[in-house]
Write a protein that binds this ligand. Sequence first.
Ligand code: SF4
Length: 508
Amino acid sequence: MSHDGPHNADAAVTPPEMDGLGCHAGGEMDKAARAAGKSEILDRYRADYPTGPHDKPQSMCPAFGSLRVGLRMRRVASVLSGSACCVYGLSFVSHFYGARRTVGYVPFSSETLVTGKLFEDIRDAVHELADPDRYDAIVVTNLCVPTASGVPLRLLPKEINGVRIVGIDVPGFGVPTHAEAKDVLAGAMLAYARAEAEAGPVAAPESGRSDKPTVTLLGEMFPADPMMIGALLAPMGLAAGPTVPTREWRELYAALDGGAVAAIHPFYTASVREFQAAGRPIVGSAPVGADGTHAWLAGIGEAFGLPAERVAAAQNQFVPATRAALAENRIDGTITLSGYEGSELLVARLLIESGADVPYVGTACPKTPWSAADAAWLEAHGAKVKFRASLEDDCAAMAAIEPDLAVGTTPVVQKAKEKGIPALYFTNLISARPLMGPAGAGSLAQVVMAAIGNKDRMGRMKAFFEGVGQGDTAGVWEGAPNEHPEFRAAHQKKLDKQARAKQAQEMI
Ligand code: SF4
């Protein structure tokens, strides 16, 4: 069978020249991808996920987000196409987080990339894998190099033996964070499911349908949170619908069928587009803290056109209970907060309502309409909110404020500890807790106050390690570190020469 392979004689960067280009080659890869026919998708990503002060991922490989979404779904196979080192890293992290699933891989060489054979290999792989007894769908993901080379996943069959084939490009130079990569896959699946639902009747989810109108929840949450949200909705005669990203294909139809969508995590731009195309209203923010719960219930009531007394019934039941839980679990101290999960603003609201002073909130995610109310609330309560914050922004804020506690990503936590400032990892310790309604109100105080209480210990550790060196002289040395500044100078000369040669070539 003939096909439109990725080979493009006009490509600005041919694959052999791409050797050695990786996460930090954003601009060059983008140019190559555009020359190889990927402009449309890259333009869409640029609109959906506008870049910040830099064009390189600063956290883990973005494709981890979409890979994890696929791996968590029942009867869905995941296949990666990319450099072996990227695939190794991605499968390692997946298994570290307990994927317990096979990560499929179609390897390539410069030759298969240039001749278009890689596309044939991917097509053969999906044909081989498409067993309807085992799978509802197969997700194929182009990582950086195949995207930059224009490997045309859109030309894969849409379906083989009843197994849906979903091809996505998730390059680090087009999708800035792993959070937004979750949206790339969730959005692609919703688009597919919406087309299926429009074409005819579709299957009900295995868990059955609710007899009440439902609210679809957008964003991965702590498992107890959707249940708490269900309880909040019950007095209004509503129920919590599926959480997107879903755990099985059929839930996508039920998600599209909800009466409204709660964008609990605000960065799902492509998914929101699908819900809006299905005519569903979107409600931003989330029921966090007393103010957040009050406003969110009002927003849901408005989306469903409910009478004011139904909304008031839910508010009267849950807002005082949330306030009471907050009063019992106070936080005393100044906290800087940053992360790349997308829930940073919600957590900051909860910290402030618990009594903390939060002067800085950084999120690697972009500004969207669905976090606007949270940003406004935070700014009104003394926080500076930085969207698309870089690691440098987060570290600078932490260093300038010198908080009692820094909540952040691994490098921020490391820098804080170096300064003797207590610090907590956002991903492992904060976002793995309930946040919603009365259940979330008291959940952060214990861990936060315990960490703040460690200040003296951090100070003793700082004093103990004082003088062990920094950067490449870190560690314990017998005698003085052997630094060899002449090697460094020689290497710098070489780099300068290369830069001059490159500049000269560009001027020709
Ligand atoms: S696929 Fe991920 S790990 Fe590989 S170069 Fe791109 S951003 Fe980096």
